[in-house]
Design a protein around this ligand. Structure first.
Ligand SMILES: *Cc1c(COP(=O)(O)O)cnc(C)c1O
Length: 356
């Protein structure tokens, strides 16, 4: 009997990459003007590149299939083989790009540590060693992640970015922004995208996270650097042809979905408060500024994997990123009805875990 078939719906909080293109977005994609982008002849790609460069107050941008490629092209432009890039110890560039900087570009890395990934310029400057002569590795570039993913969606203070830019300029060290979620930082802080953009030599931004496009990132810089990166993109096999159909999704995402991130942020805050109500050791909701909620289970007997399995049995997916670290990410495929279920299930299961 039809009436008895219960469709089990899954609420996927593993990442904001899981969003699916909406009907409207698909319509815009289907109607996009296209050309051969390796020849520079795709009008929709050209439009997206110009639009994004301008948003960040830079001269040019390069459409890339992934944020990892955009990051890797950028840092390759800033750091020569045998020189180093310095970054925070839990940043995507050193933890989640499979050693690409070393593998492809001969770039070595050193890292500083920080609480929640929060940028403090003095932490960076303490390890920055430019022009180190014939014996020690020279620091050529600094990479900043904003928002900081594994730090729990941390927004980097613009005052610290400014301070670091001033000092690093004096030292002759370049700066790269891993801005996969710079859109979230902009919405949470109110700082203009161009005010973030002006402090960096290169930037990478993702369209495929909270903005909801199915594919796509951009590497952003001055004209000369982007022209050089365009050659390297082709060399890496990232030159694509009639990709106006996906660039159109990116344009649509920026025009229509950017402001919607505020709702993701509000919902992440609500989820954090529900978790905090079970135990303040799990999360500090005060620090939840964007769409990522990191849950610290170190004071509980349960592991992140066990908790994610229990949630999964209730139809909620979350990421166990460490033995005691569970990550929940809000995005616009979540509905109000989903939120009710998330709140009910999370508090019930966490309370049970607390007493057991
Ligand atoms: C997602 C992400 C990237 C890029 O990831 P891809 O999966 O390669 O698109 C880069 N940096 C951060 C901080 C990210 O979260």
């Amino acid at each position: 009997m039809i009436g008895e078939i219960k469709i089990k719906s899954i609420i996927d909080l593993r990442s904001d990459t899981v969003t699916k293109p909406s009907l409207h977005m698909r319509e815009v994609m289907a109607a996009a003007e296209v050309g051969d982008d390796v020849y520079g002849e795709d009008p929709t790609v050209n439009l997206l590149e110009e639009k994004v460069a301008k948003l960040f107050g830079q001269e040019a941008a390069l459409f890339c299939p992934s944020g990892s490629l955009a990051n890797q092209l950028a840092i390759r432009m800033l750091v020569s083989p045998g020189e180093e890039l310095i970054t925070e110890t839990n940043s995507h560039i050193v933890r989640a790009e499979l050693g690409a900087a070393a593998t492809f570009s001969g770039i070595t890395t050193r890292t500083w540590e920080s609480d929640r990934g929060l940028l403090k310029s003095e932490d960076v400057l303490r390890i920055a060693k430019p022009n180190s002569g014939p014996y020690l590795v020279s620091t050529a570039a600094i990479a900043i992640e904003n928002t900081h993913n594994f730090g729990g969606g941390t927004v980097q203070p613009i005052s610290e970015i400014e301070k670091l830019r001033r000092e690093s300029k004096r030292l002759g060290i370049s700066m790269h922004l891993d801005g996969a979620r710079i859109w979230n930082a902009h919405i949470a802080s109110g700082v203009d995208l161009a005010d973030y953009g002006k402090h960096f030599d290169t930037l990478s931004v993702c369209l495929s996270k909270g903005l909801g496009a199915p594919i796509g990132s951009l590497m952003i810089s001055n004209k000369e650097t982007v022209a050089k990166a365009r050659q390297w993109r082709k060399r890496y096999g990232g030159g694509m042809r009639q990709i106006g159909i996906i660039a159109a999704a990116g344009i649509y995402a920026i025009d229509n979905n950017l402001e919607l991130l505020a709702l993701d942020h509000m919902r992440a805050k609500i989820i954090a408060e529900v978790i905090e109500n079970v135990s303040t050791s799990l999360v500090n909701s005060k620090f939840i500024e964007t769409n990522i909620v990191g849950v610290d289970l170190s004071e509980f007997d349960i592991s992140a994997k066990e908790l994610s399995e229990q949630l999964s049995e209730e139809g909620i997916l979350a990421s166990a990123l460490g033995p005691k670290y569970l990550r929940l990410v809000t995005h616009f495929d979540i509905t109000e009805l989903d939120m009710e279920k998330i709140i009910e299930v999370l508090s019930r299961i966490l309370k049970r875990a607390l007493v057991s």
